[in-house]
Each structure stands twice: as C-alpha cells, then as structure tokens.
Design a protein around this ligand. Structure first.
Ligand SMILES: [Zn+2]
Length: 813
C-alpha cells in the first residue's frame, strides 16, 4: 500500500531458492465447440491468437485499496481515453460506485480481506484472505473475479522459502488465473498470467511504455502493459493526474492494441495457454475442427477466444461455430481472424451468492429456494444443497470443493449433476485426507468452501457455501517459538547499538531490569499478541528489541538456525548466524535475539531442512528464578461480555428494513440516552424485555446463542441491542472496530458515531471508528439488525498508537 513498506520488505525478505512441488493439476472444466469453415484454399494452419482479435499488446490499468471517490474518478478518466480499469478490493466500495464502475465495463480484482503481510500469516489464514475476498466481491457484485493483487506486493519470505510457490498454489486453488504484478511468476507457474507494470505515482510512463513495446521477448511471454497502482495518489495530486492523463492520451486508440480489463486479459491468456485444436480435417475449400477451451466456470470472464486461419481466403469464406454463422474480425487474402464466444450456458455466472454455514442449514438470499448445509463434525465431511419449492430447477450442477491447505487434494470437482428440482437433495461427501497436521499447517480455523455452479432459468449462476472448523494439530505449540519468548524493548537505534545494553543482557539474561546510559530502564515482558501475525514461527516483537527463550533439547544434537533476526543471535552466549549449524546441549539452551520488528525463527535439520520437532521452547520465567517476565498490557481486545436486549421486530425488505430506524428503547430513555443495567427492563408493544448479561466464548458474538433469540422459531427479521460500559482512568483516544451481520448503529455517550446499513457476514473491523473516551464511565450501545441467515457481531477496542493502553476497564453489569 505504501511505497516505503514495499521497499522495506523487498530489502528484508530477499528471495531465496524456492522449493517446488510438482506442477499443480487442479480440475479445469473444458468446453468443446465444433468449428466449420468454407472457402479456405491451401490451408497453412489454424492457431489460437496470443491476444483477443490478434492484437499485439493488451494495455490496461490496475488500482488498489478500495477508495470509492478516487476509483470512480479514475474510471471516468479511463473512459475518456478508451481504457479499462481493474480495481483491486480489500474492502467494499460504495454500492452506487460499484454499480457505476461495472456499468461502464470496468472490473474488480481481489486484494485480500484485511491487507496483511502474507509472510506473517498461517496457511489457513492466507487461504481465507485470498479466497473469502473473492467470494465477498463476487457475491456483492454478481461479477466473477479472477485476478489478484498482493497486499504490499509481498509474496515471499527469506525464511519461508516455499511461501512463493505456496501462494501460487493458493491462488490456483482459490480459482485465480491472473496476478496484477510483474515479477511474481516463475517458469513453473504455468496457469496464471501477470502484467507488466509501468512506473507509478510520480514518474512519466512514456519511456517505460516504449521500452516494453521494443521488447519482443517480453511480448511473447506476457503481452501486457499496465498503468497503476493507487487511484487516490493521482486524484489527490493535480500534477500527477495531469501527467497520467498525458500518458494515457499518448497511447490511446491504437489499432494494434487491445484495451481490456485485467479480468478479461487473465481469462484470455488462461484460454490461450490451455486451448487445443482437435480433429482438424480439410477437404477442398473446407476446414473443420473441434476447439477445446476452458469453460466460463474457470475463466470467470466471457471474453471470446480469437483464432487465426492461414490459407487463401476465397469469396465464399464463411465460419460456423456449432451450426451458427460467425462473422470474422478481419479478413485478408492469406488469412482471417475470428473470435469464438462462449455459448450462453457455458459462460461465467451472472448471479452469484454466498452463505456462511455453521451447524445448521442456511437459505441463500439470492436463490431463496435453496438451503445449504456443511457438516464438518466428523470425517468424511458432507455438503448438502436442498431445493425447496417455488423455484426453478437447477441444471448442469458442478460442485467445486475448495479445501484447506493441508488437505491432500486442494480442489475436488464432482461430476455434473443434471437436475435438482423441487424437494430434491444434492449431497456430496468428502474426506480432506490431511497430508500434514502440524501446527504450522492447521493453525487457526480452516475454511471449507463448496462452490456450486449451475444453470438457473438457463443462466449460469453460482452459490458459495462456506464454513470453518478448527482442525486439531498433531503437535504441541511449544515446538514453535511464538508466545515462548520474552521481549525487552523497544529501544532506539543508538540505545540498541550501545555495547552496554548488549553486554548487560548477554552477561545476565535473567536480570529483572536493565538501565541504559540515558537513564531509561527496560524489563523483560511477555510480547503482545498481535492479530495480524498468526504464523507460529513468528515471534512478535516491536522495533527494536531483544528477545530470549530457552530451547529444551532431549539430547545433544546438531541443528541449523533459520531466522531473520538481523541484529544479533546468541546461543548459550555465543554469537551465531542464520544458516549456521550449531550444537544444542541436552536440557536447556539459552537463545537471545536482537531484531527490528517481528522475527521469524526456526530450527531445522541440516540435511533435510525439516523442522526439528523434538525440542521445546520455554518462556524464561518458567525456569529462571531471578527473571520476572511482566505480562504485557493489551493494545487490542474484543469485547465479549455484554448486556443484550431483544429481539424486536424488523419487518420489510432490504436495504432499509423498518425496525432499523424504530427506537425500541424509548421507554428507557431512547437509544442515545439509555444507560442500561443488568436485569433492567424496557417495554415495547405491551411487552417487557430484559437487559440480560451474555458472555461470548469467542471474539465473535453469535446472537443466535443469546437465549431469547435462541428460543425463536424464526431467526429472520429481528433487531437487538448490545451495551457495555468503558471505564477509563483518564481521557483516552481509541479505535472501535465493528464487524456486523447485518447492519448496525453505534452510539457512544449519547452520540451516534456510525450507521452502517448492510446485508453481509461479519468479520472483525469491517469499519473502524475513532472514539474519544472521557475519564470515568462511557456508555456504548450497538443496535444490530438481522435480515436472515447468520446474526452476529464483533466489537474491538484498540489503541491508535499500537502501544498498550492501561487504565481501561470494560464492564457489562
Ligand atoms: Zn494495497
């Protein structure tokens, strides 16, 4: 997102030798079309053109980071000069902007759900960031997505050498065929294309553009030139905007260029690489063959495929595809080019929905006659789709199961089910056959997705059904460094470089505190947990710190150190380096690291490179008597204890349902003014409704588990309130992160801070709002509405500075 961060990671995570698994062989659905041509004498050949209509270059643009105003303005600039834009989303744009952008032929791509550094994420998290982002955009826009842009352009890590290849595999298993980056692909990565980016946000693009045009090897490999990267940087600076406009003007309207979206470019190149011409037959003047190409279900764009026929083109030249006449794009004496569209029933979907299923069946909002279930309690797992009454029968149903990273088969596609009519049931059992249940592979919850593609009223349609499950690990968490290191810092660069602090720590790593020459004192603390970092190989640090742990080894053994702790590594007080083979003593070994930022640390076998699993990391205060490791204060927490009140009715249709704007708390002083206490009551419509204490066992508050809502027979069309009190020992600025299913109103101390009308699934921090707490009690109230499907919310409190904040108490009684 920010250039400085990008450069930082390019410098720190130097690419190292990737370890490649075999080329992936994911299922692809192929389509066969019969092509017959008359009027071609002395046929020399038929080939698939590298670009649509046999253009020489595809010229396009990429814009990241979900900026509604800037993206709209950028799309209008592209329209002016005949270009198309692809907007890479990591949050949703304003609904009217989405509509306007799509209506003018621009496209959307994936940019992850929460814009994390992939190098710091667990595998299950990376899969979710990439796949759920695609599902969310598709369900929101009804347009399928096939191109991905990496957050921070980051996809590799020096200490996770397979990460680059693994991310390629994850992109493929999530259904992507294109990545909006110019140096991602290696020759082994065959089924994805990429784009050649021009200099961005400041430099004139012309010289680089002309250099690309002159590069015939590049044209053969990836004939694409792309303006980029953040629309806001251009729209926020009149000078840059004018510069960009001049560059666009210079290369606009060229006959030998194709100006597609990156979705269309990616889909075209995917077909180009995989299409085949079979059963080629020729007799006097007539040519016939079968064109075999990936179907719209896998291209996710309806871009036609262009073919070039070389031979003498006679007057009676005519092309028919599956019996229908197709006019050529261009015709010369010795050749003709024509573009074969998808048959309408084999194109990509035009209506897309997504439902999250946990435990019980859920109706699809857009296909309300379909009810889906995902049973993940025991293996084999089961996906079920039931057709209720009052809806058209589904035809040509393909179920594509997209499974967690540790599953043996990443993607399973079932044979087509011809018809699912009223009262019909489609059921698919599947066994993930785990290849690796180590903590690194299964850490965190794993996402399971059933993508169902079908014809509904003869239109290609799609329903995603997804759910989560925690897969138990076969390993103990103590095999990994995360949460087992004590942390001392942060230090300024000069403080850290002072030999004084280093020698003090090395001489006496168990001291309760260390004083610096400048009078500052530092102590050992337990590092903060950080939601952005979930790889168990990463120790959470802060710039710049010392870190220490014990490593318990059952015997003397030689191991290799793999770490990016760049400022120093000491094993049993001896300096060592990453990549060095060292000897662990039987029993406890002391490791000390000095690093800037989060640290990757792994001990591997020097011959196989595999993780050493017979060791254990031990937090020093568990064994060293003199060291006190202070528990760190929090910098971000979720409120799990609430006073809840409801349900109240919420009739009517989306987007504005009636209950959302009815103040049901009027008898208690109104939504803005109420300060509820446990077991207090409000009256509405002659009924008394009690504020009840509710503790959520997880960060997500599932309102279906709140007893008065759990007791309902119909979980749809309701609203409820959630209240808590934030008690601060001083005036305090903080951030409130809200995730909601569906919409909400947020009040703090009587002020309406935020209203979000939405129909969506909940995720942490879908909106983040700045808030100011007063010394003493602060009253927070959330009103959450429910259309149908899941009903839940998240509320996080975080410190705007990232520093832990003390003196804040959350009360709910
Ligand atoms: Zn970004």
């Amino acid at each position: 997102m920010k250039i400085s961060l990008l450069h930082f990671f390019l410098l720190v995570f130097l690419p190292s030798l990737p370890v490649f698994a075999a080329e992936d062989t994911l299922p692809i659905l192929y389509l066969r079309q019969k092509v017959e041509i008359t009027g071609v004498d002395s046929l020399k050949g038929v080939k698939v053109c590298p670009l649509y209509k046999n253009a020489q270059w595809a010229v396009t643009s990429r814009w990241d980071d979900s900026n509604s105003d800037a993206d709209l303005k950028m799309s209008q600039l592209m329209d002016k000069y005949g270009y198309k834009a692809t907007f890479y989303l990591n949050g949703l744009l304003d609904a009217t902007v989405v509509k306007s952008i799509l209506a003018r032929g621009h496209a959307f791509g994936g940019h992850s759900c929460s814009h994390p550094f992939f190098a710091q994420c667990s595998y299950n998290r990376i899969v979710e960031e990439i796949l759920k982002n695609r599902i969310d955009i598709e369900a929101r826009t009804d347009i399928s997505v096939n191109s991905f842009a990496f957050p921070y352009n980051q996809y590799e890590s020096a200490t996770r050498p397979t990460l680059h290849w693994d991310i390629y595999r994850i992109l493929r298993r999530a259904g992507y065929v294109h990545t909006a980056y110019n140096v991602f692909l290696t020759p082994e990565m065959k089924n994805i294309s990429q784009c050649n980016q021009l200099p961005y946000e400041g430099s004139p693009a012309g010289p680089q553009f002309n250099a690309f045009l002159a590069d015939s090897a590049l044209q053969k490999k990836e004939p694409n030139i792309c303006f980029n990267t953040h629309a806001g940087s251009y729209t926020g600076s009149p000078g840059l905007f004018t510069q960009l406009e001049a560059d666009l003007k210079q290369f606009a309207g060229r006959k030998d260029f194709w100006y597609p979206t990156l979705t269309d470019y990616g889909a075209y190149r995917f077909q180009y690489k995989l299409a085949k011409i079979e059963d080629l037959k020729k007799s006097t003047g007539n040519v016939s063959f079968t064109l075999v190409r990936p179907a719209g279900l896998d291209t996710n764009s309806p871009i036609p495929l262009s073919l070039k026929i070389d031979g003498t083109v006679a007057n009676n030249f005519q092309i028919t595809v599956d019996g229908k006449i197709l006019p050529p794009d261009s015709k010369e004496k010795e050749s003709a080019v024509f573009s074969v569209p998808f048959p309408s029933e084999c194109g990509p979907p035009s209506k897309i929905d997504a439902v999250c299923v946990e435990g019980k069946p859920v109706f699809s909002p857009k296909f309300p006659f379909l009810i889906a279930s995902l049973f993940l309690e025991r293996e084999p797992y089961q996906f079920q789709l039931r057709h209720m009454k009052n809806g058209p029968a589904l035809k040509n149903i393909f179920v594509t199961l997209r499974l967690p990273f540790a599953a043996e088969e990443p993607v399973i596609r079932t044979k087509p089910t011809r018809v699912l009519g009223p009262n019909g049931l489609l059921s698919v059992s599947f066994d993930p056959r785990w290849t690796d249940r180590s903590l690194a592979m299964v850490q965190g919850r794993a996402m399971f997705v059933a993508q169902v593609d079908f014809l509904c009223d003869n239109k290609p349609s799609r329903l995603y059904v997804y759910g989560y499950k925690d897969i138990p690990s076969s390993e103990k968490a103590t095999v990994y460094p995360k949460d087992h290191f004590a942390w001392c810092g942060p230090l300024a660069t000069d403080e850290c470089d002072a030999t004084d602090i280093t020698s003090k720590i090395l001489q006496n790593p168990d001291s309760a505190s260390y004083s610096l020459p400048n009078g500052k004192t530092v102590v050992w603390e337990k590092p903060l947990s950080d939601w952005m970092v979930d790889s168990p190989d990463i120790i959470i640090s802060r710039p710049i710190s010392f870190l220490t742990a014990f490593i318990r080894s059952p015997a003397q053994q030689k191991v290799k150190i793999a770490t990016d702790a760049g400022r120093g590594i000491w094993l049993n007080k001896t300096p060592v380096t990453s990549g060095q083979i060292v000897t662990l003593n039987p029993g406890l070994n002391r490791i000390i690291l000095c690093a800037a930022g989060n640290v990757f640390f792994k001990l591997i076998a020097s011959d196989t490179g595999q993780r050493i699993t017979n060791i254990e990391y031990v937090l020093p205060n568990a064994v060293a008597k003199s060291i006190t490791v202070k528990p760190s204060a929090f910098s971000r927490i979720f409120v799990r204890d609430w006073l809840l009140c409801g349900p109240f009715p919420n009739p009517g249709d989306r987007p504005v349902k009636k209950g959302f704007d009815i103040d049901y708390l009027a008898t208690g002083g109104g939504e803005a003014k109420i300060t509820p206490v446990k077991n207090s009551e409000v009256s509405w419509n002659g009924k008394k409704i009690t504020w009840q204490f509710y503790h959520s066992p997880e960060d997500r508050v599932d309102l279906f588990q709140f007893p008065p809502i759990k007791a309902l027979t119909n979980y749809s069309d309701i609203v409820a309130y959630a209240a808590c009190t934030l008690i601060s020992d001083r005036d305090l600025d903080l951030l409130l992160g809200i995730g909601s299913d569906d919409g909400y109103k947020l009040y703090l101390n009587g002020t309406l801070l935020k209203t979000t009308r939405a129909f969506r699934g909940a995720a942490p921090d879908q909106e983040v709002v700045k808030a100011h707490l007063l010394k003493g009690k602060n009253h927070l109230l959330l009103k959450i509405d429910q259309d149908f499907g899941q009903y839940e919310f998240y509320l996080s409190l975080s410190s705007p500075t990232g520093k832990p904040f003390a003196g804040l108490t959350v009360a709910s009684d």
